[in-house]
Design a binder for this molecule. Structure first.
Ligand code: DQA
Length: 194
């Protein structure tokens, strides 16, 4: 049990809610991690990057495979693309499958596109597959490495059948490419709906 506030803060970070805490609709920083994670403030053009298990340790995690850039480095590349296109980018990360499923639910009717690097959940999370199947916006699947050039258990993606497309194997360039794809597909969806 945490015995002091420092330990409690550290334990709170272990919940997987490493997301920066954006202001809520009243302009205040959300007071709880739950509030920050399920940030469903309306937005004119919201694109969300979702990061699954172990992506929070990019930079030090198997750099020979994933490189030395941190998740924040990757996000800032995507942020530039999304901001230049006039859209808003938010990011959610969790190491927990259920949190990601609930985050997808919370984005229905809120986000125009989801870019998802589901980490290892890519290969077996039918729950995430089903959640994304029920999401009406654009879905871009993203991987830093090329799972098809790795161990056979990585060859199956259960996210791919419910994604508009997949970007993989381009390292950190992938976040830029995924953001460009999400912006363009989102634009087309908006045009089609007018
Ligand atoms: C990954 C590939 C997955 O197979 C792996 O489990 C990851 C990262 C990638 O970005 O290359 O955690 O999604």
């Amino acid at each position: 049990m945490p015995t002091n506030s420092t330990e409690r803060d550290r334990d709170a970070d272990k919940t997987g809610m490493t997301e920066e805490k954006p202001p809520n609709s009243t302009g205040e920083v959300p007071s709880s991690v739950e509030e920050a994670f399920f940030d469903v403030r309306p937005s004119k053009g919201l694109i969300v990057i979702m990061s699954g298990p172990n992506l929070d340790i990019l930079g030090s995690r198997q750099p020979e495979i994933y490189g030395t850039a941190t998740l924040e480095d990757h996000l800032s590349l995507a942020r530039q693309v999304v901001a230049a296109a006039g859209y808003e980018l938010r990011h959610v990360h969790s190491n927990q499958e259920s949190k990601l499923v609930e985050a997808v639910h919370s984005l229905r009717g809120i986000a125009i596109a989801i870019i998802i690097n589901a980490g290892a959940l890519t290969h077996y999370s039918w729950a995430l597959h089903d959640a994304l199947a029920a999401y009406e916006g654009v879905v871009v699947e993203l991987h830093l490495s090329n799972p098809l050039a790795r161990e056979p258990w990585r060859f199956l993606s259960v996210i791919a059948p419910v994604a508009d497309g997949t970007i993989m194997g381009f390292g950190s360039l992938g976040y830029k490419l995924a953001a460009e794809a999400a912006v363009e597909l989102a634009r087309r969806r908006v045009e089609q709906s007018i």
